[in-house]
Structures are given as structure tokens and as C-alpha cells.
Design a protein around this ligand. Structure first.
Ligand code: NAP
Length: 322
């Protein structure tokens, strides 16, 4: 059954062409244009009476909010990770939820590599020093980093993005280890080897985290795990805030227990642990994993397509709750 003139509350600023698609399909669009995605009571007020929500990872949608939105029938999340939404609470209220897999895979894998390079070769730290006017001569033993080429890469979370990260490693002659809860068939993962998490942490020169956030992955990397890593190792978190204990990471970086880190996602972002901000060997980016124009447009378009699926009475193509 087709839903006519449904109301959609758009809770983050999106591209005008995506709004035009919704309007052309007959949606009544209540679009937020502010710099910050709507949160909490503001979001609830914005979505009052809405049938549909279009939200980004910056907006949390919890059970108490859903209780105040009794007309809501569908939530399209702009992002593959959907831990910002209480999916169980949505399911219990008969609300469909979708995400945006695949369209951001390669772009996010690129960012993982960018952070690995920047951290391993001390790009941010040395640039700050240069801009400070401290460069007087080129010391042969100055700004020494660690190699990528020929080193061992460990990937925790060999899913869509983890696989794309691994493919890039082939061009750099790296040995690639990975850890998932379930080892994948060898024919699906040529050139990479499943190992226990502890083995990966001990043997890898660079560790990239690409798991979803869940209670099972909360502080997957904390003080105990960091203690297993090489003192020269680089840790990259492009997964989600909370997968790493950020304060423990900062202590490991500042004490020399860990070489460097690249971090795109943080516990309680955008409020970042002051200890991490103070660690010079951490390269920090503001959750830009998928941030290219083409990919962000692709993500919003896919979220909109899921809303069109719902409007047409079809199953959401990227449903996360059945
Ligand atoms: P995916 O295809 O579902 O892959 C996730 C992988 O993580 C799976 O291989 C899964 O394997 C593994 N995994 C899950 N729980 C685990 C655990 N407890 N221990 C070890 N491995 C575990 O997802 P994806 O598309 O690659 O995306 C992964 C995540 O990246 C997203 O959920 C999102 O949070 C994050 N992400 C971040 C950005 C950014 O802007 N920084 C952009 C895109 C995505 P098993 O189930 O076998 O364990």
C-alpha cells in the first residue's frame, strides 16, 4: 500500500537534491538546515507528528524519544553503523529502521589508510612543528616514523570496510592478519589470515579497527589490549567511539607504550578526552570516514531510497530490523 503525503523530519543538514527527491515523491519535508544535527528534545519537537525520520549518526534516537513520537513508522539512518538508534525499542513499536551499507565502504577504507600513514609517518606532528617555525635544519635522526611497506597489518572487523582495507594492503606487500568472531572461508579472504585477537595485537605493526559498536565491542581495546601491542605500533580507530578506551589509549601514547594512533571516532564525540587531545602522537579527525561529496551524497540518496521503499509499501532494501 502506498502512503500518500507522509511527513518526514530531516534531522541533519542534507543535500538539496536529496530533499528534492523526497518532495518529488510526495513527502512533506521538514528539513533542518542548521550546522549541528538535532538532538534530544529538539529532535522530538522537530519530528512531532512525523511518519518518517531521516537522521545521521550524530543524532541519538532512544526509547524515551520514540515514546514521544507515536506517529513514527520508519527511521532511515544515514550511515552503516546504527548504534545511535535503539533498534530494539523501534522494533517493539513497529518502526522500521534502515542503514546505508556499501556506498561508503571504499571511502572509509581510504580514510583508514590516510590515518595509518599520517600516524606512522608523523605527518600532523611534524607539520605542527614546521608551522611553529621550529625547523632549523634537517636532522637525519629527526621525525623518524615506521614503515608501512612490508610490515604486518592487523584488521579487527573483516567485513565490508575491513575487506576494502585489506585489498589496499596487497599493493604495499604487507602481511595481513585479521580477527572476527567467526573466521571467514579461506577462498573469500585470499592473502589474509585469521588469528585470535591477542595474536593480532602482539604481531601487527599497524592495527585498524572496523567493527560495529555494541555491548560486545565496548572497550574492545583497553589498557590490557594496548599492553600487548608493540611499542612502535600504530592503532587506527575508524570504527566507533567506545570501541577503544580513549583515556587508556592516551596514556599508552604518552608513556611510549604505543607508537602512534589515528582516531576518527571518539567516546562522547564531539567532546574528546582531554588526555587524547594532549597526546602529540595521535592524529585526530572529526568523524570524516565517509566524508567525500560523492559518498555522502550516495549515503543520503540510499537513505532516501529506503524511505521511498517504505512509502511504496515495500520491504526496506537496507532494513536492519527485518
Ligand atoms: P560489516 O560489513 O558488518 O563488518 C563488521 C565486521 O566486524 C564483521 O566482519 C564482523 O564479523 C566484525 N565484528 C563484529 N563484532 C565483532 C567483535 N565483537 N569482535 C570482532 N569482530 C567483530 O560492517 P562495515 O560496513 O564494514 O562497517 C563496520 C563499522 O565501521 C560500522 O558499523 C561503523 O560503526 C564503522 N564505520 C565508521 C565510519 C566512519 O566515518 N569512521 C564510516 C563507516 C563505517 P563477526 O560478526 O564474524 O564478528
Amino acid at each position: 500500500m502506498t502512503v500518500s503525503s507522509p511527513r518526514v523530519a530531516v534531522c541533519a543538514r542534507v543535500f538539496p537534491e536529496s530533499l528534492a527527491t523526497l518532495e518529488a515523491a510526495g513527502f512533506s519535508v521538514h528539513a533542518h538546515h542548521g550546522d549541528s544535527a538535532l538532538q534530544g528534545d529538539q529532535l522530538v519537537a522537530w519530528a512531532n507528528g512525523a511518519d518518517a525520520l531521516l537522521v545521521s549518526a550524530s543524532s541519538r534516537v532512544d526509547a524515551a524519544m520514540l515514546d514521544q513520537l507515536p506517529t513514527l513508522k520508519v527511521i532511515a539512518n544515514i550511515g552503516v553503523g546504527y548504534n545511535n538508534i535503539d533498534v530494539a525499542a523501534a522494533t517493539a513499536r513497529g518502526i522500521a529502521v534502515s542503514n546505508t551499507p556499501d556506498v561508503l565502504t571504499e571511502t572509509t577504507a581510504d580514510l583508514a589508510w590516510a590515518l595509518m600513514f599520517a600516524a606512522a609517518r608523523r605527518i600532523s606532528e611534524s607539520e605542527r612543528w614546521l608551522r611553529d617555525g621550529q625547523w632549523k635544519s634537517m636532522a637525519l635522526d629527526g621525525w623518524l616514523g615506521v614503515d608501512i611497506q612490508g610490515s604486518t597489518l592487523g584488521i579487527i572487523g573483516m567485513g565490508r570496510i575491513g575487506g576494502a582495507v585489506a585489498r589496499r594492503a596487497m599493493g604495499f606487500g604487507m602481511r595481513v592478519l585479521y580477527h572476527n568472531r567467526t573466521a571467514l572461508p579461506a577462498e573469500d579472504t585470499p592473502g589474509v589470515t585469521w588469528v585470535e585477537k591477542e595474536t593480532l595485537l602482539k604481531e601487527a605493526d599497524h592495527v585498524i579497527l572496523v567493527v560495529p559498536y555494541s555491548p560486545a565491542t565496548h572497550h574492545l581495546i583497553g589498557a590490557n589490549e594496548l599492553a600487548l601491542m608493540k611499542p612502535t605500533a600504530v592503532l587506527v580507530n575508524i570504527a566507533r567511539g567506545g570501541v577503544v578506551d580513549d583515556v587508556a589509549l592516551a596514556h599508552a601514547l604518552q608513556s611510549g607504550q604505543l607508537g602512534a594512533a589515528g582516531v576518527d571516532v571518539f567516546e562522547n564525540e564531539p567532546n574528546i578526552a582531554k588526555e587524547l587531545l594532549a597526546a602529540p602522537n595521535a592524529v585526530l579527525t572529526p568523524h570524516i570516514g565517509s566524508a567525500t561529496k560523492r559518498t555522502r551524497l550516495g549515503m543520503v540518496d540510499l537513505a532516501v531510497t529506503n524511505l521511498l521503499d517504505w512509502q511504496a509499501g515495500n520491504a526496506l532494501r537496507n532494513s536492519v530490523n527485518g
